[in-house]
Write a new protein. Sequence first.
Length: 255
Amino acid sequence: MDPSKLSAFLSWMERSGAKWDSVELRPSPDGQRGACVVASQSVDEGTMLLTLPKQAVLSVLTASNSKALGALLEAGLPESAALILAIAHEQGRGRSSRWSGYLASLPSAEPLPFMWSAAELRLLAGTGVDVTARARRAELVREYADLCAWVEANPDAGVALPTLAAYLGAASLASSRAFYVDDEHGEALVPGADAFNHKAALVPEGCEVEGDAEEGEEGGEEEGEEGEEADEEGEAEEEGEEGEAEEAEEEEEEE
């Protein structure tokens, strides 16, 4: 991460009332993955590493377009879509946004598979990830089309929509960074918390993962026939979703 952006983010966090304890935010060692949280001293179990006022989280409730989002929620808009709109709106405001110091430290979009091009997704053929990614993108494109139709039918609601590209970019941030805060805020972007490595994909050498694998294996024989039927149904659903996703992708490219 650019040192100036990191410095601006840390200043923003301080102004927002954030409190760090026993840790600090530093540029990623490889220089390619933004910033990461590292321990600055020995940390005791149960230590509160970061405290952030709820008013500093970016949610449907705190965003500057919360009133318009409320109207959309009353009309049946999914809460997940409302958060995407909140993020896209604040991104679009630039330095005028209350979260500008935070948003400037983030990429405009995360390279999740649903953001990949059709050519890139073909490289994942056979993994199942390509099917899921196309289905997710098609879902977001349909969701955006529904939003456009609603806004056109309700011009007095005062809802300003981002471009489709901005909507998809905001969706990638919500998908990769959002945390559930509480019943009032729902899911939100929580500055600072998203810098912690909260989901490690690799297990360090010498460590073991506890789980219920043995329990699942024991039930395997008894549920064999039912499992086979479920697999066949799942394959049929995947094929249907892939078809729908490809159709939506083609429509989007034609537009």
